[in-house]
Design a protein around this ligand. Structure first.
Ligand code: ZN
Length: 388
């Protein structure tokens, strides 16, 4: 599991005068195509190989770059490829090498800079929430962290509340009912405090709570307001008889429901904003133009959708069709997936992206975007306006 701490470590890394090499390599879906990965990586590294011999760089810098190339090529031959994209960061002179397996494919790219180039990685990870799943009953609690497809046990709490109570002894004690309620209150308070600590320090964003149906609501009452606001789902089960697999399935279901509902809310907000004449673009044509002029603050695209189109390599013009770029006149490059080009461009311009899996208006519109500023007139429209 990619932890918040690992991501943080890379974000904060500084080469302190030595170059940092960042590489993004997308992994083909078909395992048979993966044999070409080392060659593709070599091709990427080739872009900065001349710098290793560049006398304008200090000896220490060149040595570090040489070490980076060796380390990266070794990583490519390890063949531990998974799905999506591999992000590699290397600064051998400072003993830094990090590898992340990202769940979504991005374009192959390499960057050499003073710090790691993390934006493409963060853009991919941004789409995945970190969930904390707490299964709670009156005597115990089990806590997991769920991120992407992975689940990790975080903690297990047990109170002194007797699991197999000796009823005779209990009834002999005056006020036994109050006593057991006090104990479960104490336990709930303990669990709530533990969860609050986890959210403060561990990078969890959202909370799912499972347990006996009649105990969930009382337990939620013990959560601090800020944490209760992060509860996005609950599920009922008997913690005493459930297997980890049962819990995993119920938690996944709760997460799935929340994610799809959030996507539907987001898309309807964008569609409403656009229809009200606000700062939003709907449909591929407008979104491509918005991407061209770096107007996209946030882009929602139908997950899995692709669309052919054209791209100007010189200034980033994107469109459905055209032979030459209307901005600079350069010949346009055909792209088998201009939607993918748009996503990359939005990320490079500091925007965010969400791939929408829920059934929404995007099935028809493919893309919608929240804008930073109103779209300027397109060059072709301006020309048509002048012409008649
Ligand atoms: Zn152009």
């Amino acid at each position: 599991m990619i932890t918040a701490q690992e991501i943080d470590r890379v974000i904060r890394f500084d080469g302190d005068g030595l170059p940092v090499v960042s590489v993004y390599l997308s992994v083909p879906v078909d395992p048979a195509d993966r044999a070409a990965l080392p060659t593709r990586l070599s091709g990427l590294l080739h872009q900065f190989r001349p710098r290793v011999a560049d006398e304008r760089l200090g000896r220490e810098q060149r040595m570090s770059l040489r070490g980076d190339i060796e380390r990266l090529e070794a990583a490519a031959s390890e063949e531990m490829w998974t799905r999506g994209t591999i992000a590699l960061f290397s600064c051998s002179g400072r003993g830094m090498f990090e590898r992340f397996d990202l769940p979504r494919r991005t374009r192959d790219r390499v960057m050499v800079d003073a710090t790691p180039w993390v934006r493409p990685m963060l853009a991919v990870l941004d789409e995945y929430h970190r969930y904390c799943v707490a299964v709670v009953d009156r005597a115990a609690a089990w806590i997991w962290e769920v991120y992407q497809d992975e689940i990790r046990a975080v903690d297990r709490l047990r109170d002194e509340f007797p699991r197999k109570p000796d009823f005779a002894a209990w009834f002999a004690e005056y006020g036994v009912r109050n006593r057991t309620e006090e104990l479960s209150k104490r336990h709930f308070r303990l669990v709530a405090t533990r969860l609050a600590d986890l959210f403060r320090t561990g990078g969890c964003e959202l909370l799912i709570v499972g347990g006996h149906r009649h105990e969930i609501t009382p337990f939620l009452g013990f959560l601090p307001d800020a944490l209760r606001a992060r509860v996005v789902g609950t599920f009922a089960l008997d913690p005493g008889t459930s297997t980890p697999d049962d819990i995993r399935k119920l938690a996944d279901h709760a997460i799935e429901q929340y994610e799809r509902a959030e996507e539907r809310r987001e898309v309807s907000r964008l569609l409403e904003t656009a229809s009200g004449g606000g700062l939003a673009a709907v449909g591929l044509r407008d979104c491509l133009w918005a991407g061209t002029v770096t107007a996209v603050r946030h882009l929602a695209v139908e997950d899995g959708a692709t669309a052919p189109g054209v791209v100007c390599e010189r200034d980033g013009w994107l469109a459905r069709s055209g032979d030459a770029c209307p901005l600079c006149g350069a010949p346009a490059r055909r792209s088998s997936d201009v939607l993918g080009d748009l996503v990359e461009q939005v990320v490079d311009d500091g925007g965010t992206v969400r791939h929408v899996r829920a059934e929404t208006g995007l099935r028809r519109h493919v893309a919608a975007a929240a804008l930073r500023f109103p779209l300027p007139e397109r060059p072709e429209d301006a020309a048509a306006g002048t012409g008649g």
